[in-house]
Design a protein around this ligand. Structure first.
Ligand code: TXE
Length: 499
């Protein structure tokens, strides 16, 4: 996106969205409506329906019917693939519009939103190939009388609960793979960022996804989300959000023992050795925590740096932070936008206060930025952080970096592993032995060596420890939404049990 393009304008009035069940768009009618204001401008931008549990039942019934009659689950994979390829084309065509709504509701910079939307087209293309490549196994080694097959079948109706930090990207790290597997979906976006999930509903319809295969119900997590995880006719729920709600999903799923995919919180280490390219590493560390205002489950929020370069490196990161362009996310030159919700803004500011109170030193940032409207926080670096401080232990989900020095490689690994989470980690060094050793011993589901936050449709996503269960994306992401059946086939006459 051209950095010099003029800033986009706000909608004259909030756009009203319906919700999608069985191919029909349903308007609010006498249901309550949730009005969302842009967190960067404090202006109402959208209205979505507060669906009821009865609406959810209707959507699940539509998804069930669509699954059972085979209109999607039993057609040849090549036909599913062709539809997914059309989705990619339509996303590219509508990318500006999708990015605009993503920015309005989430507060992220428009250039970033646009690049995320572009990336999602590739996810549909990759999943189209994966749909055709999906296969089972055969056992030709069971003797003359027996042949064995292992087949993969779609798991069924999937409930998809997504958060507000990457409303469209996280959705599209799941939907293409779930559809590739042959499942049907009931999606529930975060109540504050529902627009782009509803737009995806339009895109899928236009691409030829049959009615009932992709349904969207909007509404609150405590009613619709909770009812979804408890629902007895949903076969699997993919939940992305806080570890606390993830825990409640585990309890709620017990009713029908539905399968759960969980992508939860993180407190991700960035380990920097003295032999790293420090300029590169500082840029990466700043990006790792500044990007998306640190509101990423994979944000690198703990800087674990070799003591001999700790002070110099801390300053390098701070100087990068001071150059970041924070501001109106509708301006194409903006790099860091608004904090997405008032609750999240308060959480981050409370952690900054706690950091100060517990004795950490503010190297830069540490305060709210006033642009006359919206909520913004200056990217912040804390030095002198010890492992027992809240800012070292808790997921803050904001642009706040905690710096902790180490003396030996062993110590770096121990600090990195001193967390209940295990979502992601980065290591910066020019020494291949150190890079490999750290990569093997730090317990995290995603690892970056001399880079951070990179990714694409090929490599899977998911966490160790309390960061979650299962994997999304890649072929693993398709397999996750299948279940395995073993088939034993007798060849010739049976050896009789009763003679
Ligand atoms: O998340 P919630 P919140 C973390 C981050 C953040 C904290 C709180 O630390 O500060 O969570 O954010 C739906 N049953 N992450 O409160 O509540 C909800 O409607 C089923 C990390 O916004 O977990 C939304 O669609 N669903 C994370 C989704 O869950 C429920 C991304 C996430 O909301 C529900 C977001 C319930 N009982 C926050 N209650 C990541 N891993 O990227 C809510 N929901």
């Amino acid at each position: 996106m051209d950095k010099n393009a003029p800033a986009l304008s706000l909608p004259a009035e909030p756009r009203e969205f319906g919700f999608l069940v069985g191919g029909q768009w349903i308007a609010a009618g006498d249901r309550e409506v949730f009005e969302r204001s842009s967190p960067a401008h404090d202006v109402p931008v959208s209205k979505v329906v507060k669906c009821t549990p009865a609406d959810l039942d209707m959507a699940v019934a539509a998804a069930r019917e669509a699954f059972e009659d085979g209109r999607w689950s039993r057609i040849p994979a090549v036909e599913r693939a062709n539809v997914l390829l059309r989705v990619a084309q339509i996303i590219r065509r509508r990318a500006d519009e999708i990015a605009y709504w993503e920015t309005l509701e989430n507060g992220k910079p428009i250039a970033q939103a646009r690049s995320e939307v572009d990336g999602t087209a590739g996810m549909f293309e990759y999943a189209a190939g994966a749909a055709r490549a999906l296969h089972g196994d055969a056992f030709n080694n069971l003797g003359d009388g027996m042949f064995g097959l292992v087949t993969r079948e779609p798991i069924g109706v999937v409930g998809l609960i997504t958060p507000w930090n990457f409303p469209f990207l996280i959705l599209c790290e799941r939907v293409p793979y779930i559809l590739a597997a042959g499942c049907t979906i009931v999606a529930k976006p975060s109540e504050v960022t529902s627009a782009t999930t509803l737009l995806l509903g339009e895109v899928l319809q236009e691409a030829g996804v049959p009615d009932g295969v992709f349904n969207v119900v909007t509404g609150s997590g405590s009613t619709i989300g909770q009812a979804m995880t408890e629902h007895l006719d949903i076969d699997m729920v993919s939940f992305t959000g806080s570890t606390a709600v993830g825990r409640s999903c585990v309890q709620a799923a017990a009713g029908n023992f539905k399968k759960l995919g969980l992508e939860l919180g993180g407190k991700n280490p960035q380990i920097v050795f003295a032999d790293a390219d420090l300029e590169d590493a500082a840029d990466g560390v700043a990006f790792g925590i500044g990007f998306n205002t640190g509101q990423c489950c994979v944000s690198g929020s703990r800087l674990i740096v070799e003591r001999s370069v700790a002070q110099e490196f801390e300053q390098l990161v701070a100087s990068k932070f001071e150059k970041i362009k924070v501001g109106d996310p509708l301006d194409p030159a903006t790099q860091v936008g608004a904090i997405t919700t008032p609750a999240q803004n308060k959480t981050i500011m409370d952690y900054i206060t706690k950091g100060r109170e517990q004795g950490a030193r503010v190297v830069c940032g540490g305060e709210q930025l006033d642009f006359g409207r919206g909520q913004y926080i200056a990217p912040t670096v804390f030095g002198d952080v010890t492992g027992d401080m809240a800012i070292a232990r808790d997921e803050i989900f904001g642009p706040v970096l905690s710096v902790m020095p180490f003396d030996t490689e062993e110590e770096a690994i121990a600090i990195a592993n001193d967390t209940v989470y295990g979502l992601a980690a980065s290591v910066w060094t020019k020494n291949i032995d150190k890079a490999l050793n750290v990569t093997r011993r730090v317990r995290a589901g995603r690892f970056w060596v001399n880079t951070t936050l990179s990714g694409g449709p090929e490599l899977p996503i998911g966490g160790f420890k309390q960061s979650g269960w299962g994997r999304e994306a890649g072929v693993y992401g398709v397999e996750e939404y299948t279940q395995i059946k073993s088939v034993h086939i007798e060849i010739g006459k049976r050896d009789p049990w009763v003679s």
